[in-house]
Design a protein around this ligand. Structure first.
Ligand code: IYR
Length: 224
């Protein structure tokens, strides 16, 4: 491949307007039942599902196509236990000391606290890292660009792919997250950005009503 080689872009289907409207509505209907879930079963999920969802995430638009992400998939009981212990220690500090009253008030309707049993129950914890340095080819140490944006988009696509496979997810953000580098054996120039808890929702899982209230279109979009 030479730097400026091009290919025709012909993969997009040529739907009719009616088809586009119907498909976009169907997709919205499928996505609007996604919930952040805090109750998982310990049932196994085939690795192939996670691999395909990661490949889907890896197609995300990103800075200079450097693909500045790494997904560390934790499946061993030992590592999950270690992650839970470290995350709960930080969460206790957050809930007891660090969080402002305003922040705690905002979290009130979600009912979250420092106990995170799901970190050991769920079959997979995907720790998502942003790579400050990298490049497109393995082993390169070039500057990466728009790392937060790129990883944010890829994470959204990962969550969407897992939801489409009928799996529940939870975006968990222990604060600070630095302990995840050692736990996942990742270099210090990678920034841990998210722990995505993945598995089957427990049959008795509940969700906070608060989380079901979504802003209407006219509150989230304007037409100019
Ligand atoms: N990281 C904490 C607190 C937390 C913060 C926000 I903002 C949330 O939307 C949910 C939780 C925790 O995981 O409990």
């Amino acid at each position: 491949m030479k730097p400026h080689d091009t290919l025709p872009y012909t993969e997009l289907p040529d739907y009719t307007d009616e088809e586009r409207i119907a498909r976009s509505k169907t997709f919205y209907d499928a996505l609007k039942v996604r919930r952040t879930c805090r109750y998982f079963t310990d049932e196994a999920v085939p690795r192939a599902v996670i691999e395909n969802a990661l490949l889907a995430a890896g197609t995300a638009p990103n800075g200079a196509n450097h693909q500045p992400w790494h997904f560390a998939v934790i499946e061993s009981a030992d590592k999950k236990k270690a992650l839970r212990e470290a995350a709960e220690a930080e969460e206790r500090e957050f809930y007891d000391n660090k969080a402002s009253d305003e922040w705690l008030e905002a979290l009130g309707p979600l009912g979250t606290d420092a106990d995170k049993p799901f970190l050991e129950t769920a079959p997979y914890l995907i720790v998502i890292f942003g790579q400050r340095k990298g490049g497109m080819m393995p082993g390169e140490i070039k500057q990466n660009y728009y790392v937060n944006e790129s990883v944010g988009i890829a994470t959204g696509m990962l969550i969407t792919a897992l939801h489409d496979a009928g799996l529940a997810t939870l975006t968990h953000t222990p604060n600070p997250m630095k302990f995840l580098n050692a736990l996942c054996e990742r270099p210090t120039n990678e920034k841990p950005m998210m722990v995505l808890v993945v598995g089957k929702a427990a049959p008795d899982a509940t969700i906070p009503v608060h989380a079901t209230i979504k802003k209407p279109l006219d509150a989230i979009a304007s037409w100019l």
